[in-house]
Design a protein around this ligand. Structure first.
Ligand code: SPV
Ligand code: MN
Length: 619
């Protein structure tokens, strides 16, 4: 410890020492020695340290102040705009097989590679040592984490997104049980990671450490977010609880009733906007821990803030977040356009935008082209905002409840233009997990690098983060449901159904109708039509909800177009997913194939009686 003492002031040194944690000191010492920053700043949970970090980020130019008080903007540069799936890998020992769907790398090779990148990576910089708690503090859900980063922007984002964990570290004392994250943005050019070809996110499950190098994009760097999620997925499998890529929200029912839902959607498929629906309450928009208690499922939000996609956020469809983004108070915008007056603009904001300014690609003006001759948009499609949850008018009263909230329903949703109905309920927990969760597909979006619009398998929307073979993960979910008396009801939703001429069949706020219907179903207040794929709403119930909450007339024609059972498309989907799992083994996979066969059989029977596309009125 003495070696690193000289790089800190007395206060920082005392903060570290007072935690009395040998494993922590070893970890910090190792990476300070290797990365070799000029100075080390250790933060506790105080307002002073929060302010210090925010000011550092602005001083260094990692963030720039905007016209509105409390607002700043950060840029990641043109080549560092999304999670890097190809370079995110689990480090595994020889002989360990996580299955073909997970990205792995030989432990020693990966370890050596990132440690080479870490060596002297922080010369000339200050490094920040931070403590956080995943889940509410003082709870059976709480997990302690330490983050070492040389990016003040990353450290600042974490203040908005997570609960302070310094006091918790103090309480738990000399333990080795905590998650560790070490990050360097690497060499910077205009405050952007220069060597993105050396961007690596390597996960060491043996030691609960994630290494991240040569990147700034939060999905690759903010340890507590997707990096910790991978460690938690691995941890919970042996402890009987769930880590899911799910929002948690409250939906209001009749007579002041509130029913909580947890919903999994791949990136950019309406997850955040569902969680923020006007009139309902939000607990979290991205990651949930779920535990069984008293025969029921209870969930907490792992996070304390939102790193949300800003594209298409507009006053009409997203009034709650719009209000936060347009009022004084702490907001970090990333990768949108800033004009000379410190005003910001993004794609789909629904108001006039500036013709020039600075954006993720540097100086920008309308018509500017990239190296391939393509127009550079005014903001990146995966541009984001970072805010604390309690800035939202509708944050739920139980957000910090250490017990979590009782979950009435799980929701699985993807981006699907031609196959699935807007909402359906499974026949039982296992049917839902298998046929809505384990078969989830989505058309790709800008949230990950690569082509957009390609139909991609993404079970439970968690594939990118899965830390062990998928058959075991499915089994773990099935076991969880089977182990509790009242498991959540399971629903499948699809907001992206299109007509033949390519127009969306539903408006952005229609999801508000589907959640109300699900709330009524969880409480057995409405009836259903039983179809081969699950139970779907009655027209009368939807007509009533559309009128009550949106003031809209929902016609029978709309209902028929949206809830038609499309037999050939549904069978084609089963066949696609059969291929995905054909090389997987185990009990859960057997059960999955049994469900495929049964569902196909039901669909074929319907087809032989009623044809390819069957109106819900004919079932
Ligand atoms: C997602 O892509 O699922 C996100 C944003 O929630 S990221 O932090 O990049 O994972
Ligand atoms: Mn996510």
């Amino acid at each position: 410890m003495n070696n690193i003492k000289q790089k800190m002031n007395e206060n920082s040194f005392a903060k570290l020492k007072n935690l009395n944690n040998d494993a922590l000191i070893d970890f910090v010492t190792k990476y300070v020695e290797l990365c070799n920053p000029d100075t080390v700043y250790v933060c506790d949970d105080s307002v002073e340290d929060r302010t210090y970090i925010r000011n550092r980020s602005i001083e260094l130019g990692e963030e720039q102040k905007l016209a509105t008080e409390g607002h700043t903007i950060h840029f990641d540069g043109p080549k560092d705009q999304a999670r890097d799936k190809a370079n995110t890998r689990y480090l595994v020992r020889e002989g360990v097989n996580l299955g073909e769907k997970l990205n792995t790398k030989n432990y020693q090779e990966g370890y050596d590679e990132v440690h080479e990148y870490f060596k002297n990576s922080m010369v000339g910089k200050q490094v920040y040592v931070r403590f956080f708690c995943l889940g509410p503090v003082n709870s059976e859900f709480s997990l302690s984490c330490v983050q070492i980063t040389d990016s003040a922007y990353v450290a600042h984002s974490e203040d908005l997104l997570y609960r302070g964990g310094y006091e918790q570290f103090k309480k738990v004392g000399n333990t080795k049980k905590f998650f560790r994250f070490v990050h360097t943005a690497g060499e910077l050019e205009n405050n952007v990671s220069k060597n993105v070809d050396k961007r690596r996110v390597f996960i060491d499950l043996e030691n609960d450490i994630v290494y991240s190098t040569n990147t700034q994009y939060a999905g690759n760097t903010v340890g507590l977010k997707k990096l910790a999620m991978r460690l938690a997925i691995n941890k919970c499998k042996d402890e009987g609880w769930l880590t899911e890529h799910m929002f948690v929200m409250g939906v209001k029912g009749p007579d002041n009733r509130k029913t909580y839902f947890a919903g999994a959607f791949p990136s950019a498929c309406g997850k955040t906007s569902t969680a923020m629906l006007p009139g309902e309450t939000i607990i979290g928009d991205d990651i949930a821990y779920i535990r069984a208690r008293n025969g029921k499922a209870y969930a907490v939000n792992v996070e304390n803030g939102i790193f949300g996609i800003i594209r298409d956020v507009n006053e009409k469809d997203d009034p709650i977040i719009w209000n936060v983004l347009n009022s004084p108070g702490e907001v970090i915008f990333s990768n949108i356009l800033k004009d000379e007056n410190g005003k910001v603009y993004w794609l789909g904001m629904g108001t006039e935008t500036a013709d020039k300014g600075i954006n993720f690609a540097g100086e920008w003006e309308k018509g500017k082209k990239d190296a391939n001759g393509n127009d550079i948009p005014l903001a990146h499609k995966n541009a984001r905002y970072t805010v604390e949850l309690d800035r939202l008018d509708n944050s739920d009263e139980n957000t910090q409840n250490p017990e979590g909230v009782e979950i009435g329903g799980f929701i699985y949703g993807g981006r699907d233009s031609d196959t699935s109905v807007p909402v359906a309920e499974s026949f039982n927990f296992a049917h839902g997990v298998l046929m809505y969760g384990a078969t989830l597909e989505s058309e790709t979006t800008a949230a990950t690098l690569g082509a957009e619009g390609v139909r991609t398998f993404n079970l439970m929307s968690i594939l990118d983060f899965l830390a062990y073979p998928l058959n075991n993960y499915i089994q773990h979910n099935l076991n969880f449901g089977a182990g509790i008396e009242n498991p959540p009801r399971v629903f499948g939703v699809n907001y992206f159904l299109k007509s033949k001429d390519g127009k969306y069949l539903n408006g952005m706020l229609d999801k508000g109708v589907w959640v109300k219907w699900m709330e009524l179903r969880v409480n057995d207040d409405v009836d259903v039509i039983t179809t081969p794929i699950g139970n779907i709403p009655l027209y009368e119930d939807l007509e009533k909800i559309f009128s009550e909450i949106l003031g809209k007339t929902y016609t029978k024609e709309q209902y028929v177009e949206q809830f038609t059972i499309r037999v050939p498309e549904l069978i084609a989907k089963i066949n696609r997913i059969r291929k995905v799992y054909e090389n997987e083994t185990g009990e859960a996979i057997k059960q999955l194939f049994t469900e495929f066969d049964a569902q196909e059989q039901r669909l074929k029977e319907l087809q032989s009686e009623k044809g390819d596309h069957v109106s819900p009125f004919d079932i």
